[in-house]
Ligand binder design. Structure first.
Ligand SMILES: NC(=O)c1ccc[n+]([C@@H]2O[C@H](COP(=O)([O-])OP(=O)(O)OC[C@H]3O[C@@H](n4cnc5c(N)ncnc54)[C@H](OP(=O)(O)O)[C@@H]3O)[C@@H](O)[C@H]2O)c1
Length: 262
């Protein structure tokens, strides 16, 4: 895919990671569709970044009407060859203490919405000489972690979706890929998570660094990218010898629970 011809849809464009990706990607795009909850915030982003090639769709990505708006806009703009499913939410809490509504919302926003938006846009993606879907996953899409059970489920699921659809579209020019940041300094992580990460010695990336890694990944053909050497090693161990990371995670429980109760 030529660098100058990206035709982009990005969800979660107003978020910490989304904004930084938009900054780097917009100059390489013929058009970029910014999707987020609030149209006013998307327009403010467009103005601040002076994006002449940006178009906005505000609304809840879980609503079919919003996804159809995105599709119609892409059709009117001449297509889409890069869909970035980046919107996401979390809720740091013990699973047993979470209400049904938030568990459902996490799965809807993080898993079902990317599945359905991809489904809506596949016909357009297939019309392109080459196209790709990049799903923003997480290191927690490989490692189950306390306090993030529903979130981990959503990101494991997103990885499964990525793998299955990648294979299903293996005889087309559409590739489906998984980009997995580690903890990142955005509003996604409230103060307790930041303090817990500090006490546990977990690194947190700046969103600018994550966006740079995303751009590198965009230029490559690998199916997935995990950020962080220590985290990638943990993922490797979790796959081969899950009892080893499990022991150390269970040892962390008192610290995790301390920040959950604050
Ligand atoms: N931050 C981390 O530690 C971390 C680590 C690994 C992976 N990730 C993943 O990276 C992605 C971006 O996270 P971030 O850190 O940039 O989070 P963020 O700053 O909270 O941004 C999340 C974005 O998603 C949008 N959004 C949430 N629910 C939506 C919905 N129903 N419909 C449309 N848009 C919706 C938000 O809109 P508003 O701005 O209007 O709320 C915001 O633009 C997520 O998928 C997250 O799971 C984050």
């Amino acid at each position: 895919m030529s660098d100058t011809k990206f035709k982009v849809v990005i969800t979660g464009a107003t978020g910490g990671i989304g904004q930084e990706i938009v900054k780097l990607l917009a100059p390489k795009a013929s058009h970029i569709v910014l999707v987020g909850l609030f149209e006013a915030e998307l327009n403010a982003l467009k103005t601040t970044l002076k994006l002449k090639n940006a178009h906005v769709v505000g609304g809840n990505i879980n609503e079919q009407s919003v996804r159809q708006k995105v599709k119609a806009l892409c059709e009117s703009l001449g297509g889409v060859n890069l869909l970035i499913n980046n919107a996401g939410i979390n809720d740091f809490d013990l699973y047993e203490n979470q209400g049904e509504a938030i568990i459902q919302r996490i799965v809807e926003v993080n898993l079902l919405a990317p599945m359905l938006l991809t489904h809506a846009l596949i016909p357009l993606l297939k019309k392109e000489p080459r196209a790709q879907v990049i799903n923003t996953g997480s290191i927690f899409g490989y490692i189950g972690y306390p306090g993030f059970t529903a979130y981990c489920v959503s990101k494991f699921g997103l990885r499964g979706f990525t793998q299955a659809l990648k294979r299903e579209l293996g005889d087309t020019k559409v590739s489906i890929r998984y980009f997995a940041p580690r903890a990142t300094q955005t509003k996604f992580n409230h103060d307790n998570i930041v303090l817990m990460n500090k006490e546990l010695g977990n690194a947190m990336d700046a969103p600018e660094v994550v966006a740079q890694a995303f751009m590198k990944f965009l230029g490559k053909s690998s199916g997935e990218k995990k950020l962080g050497f220590k985290e990638s090693f943990f993922v490797f161990m979790n796959k081969l010898f899950p009892e080893i990371p499990e022991k150390s995670i269970i040892k962390q429980l008192p610290i995790i629970k301390k920040y959950l109760s604050k």
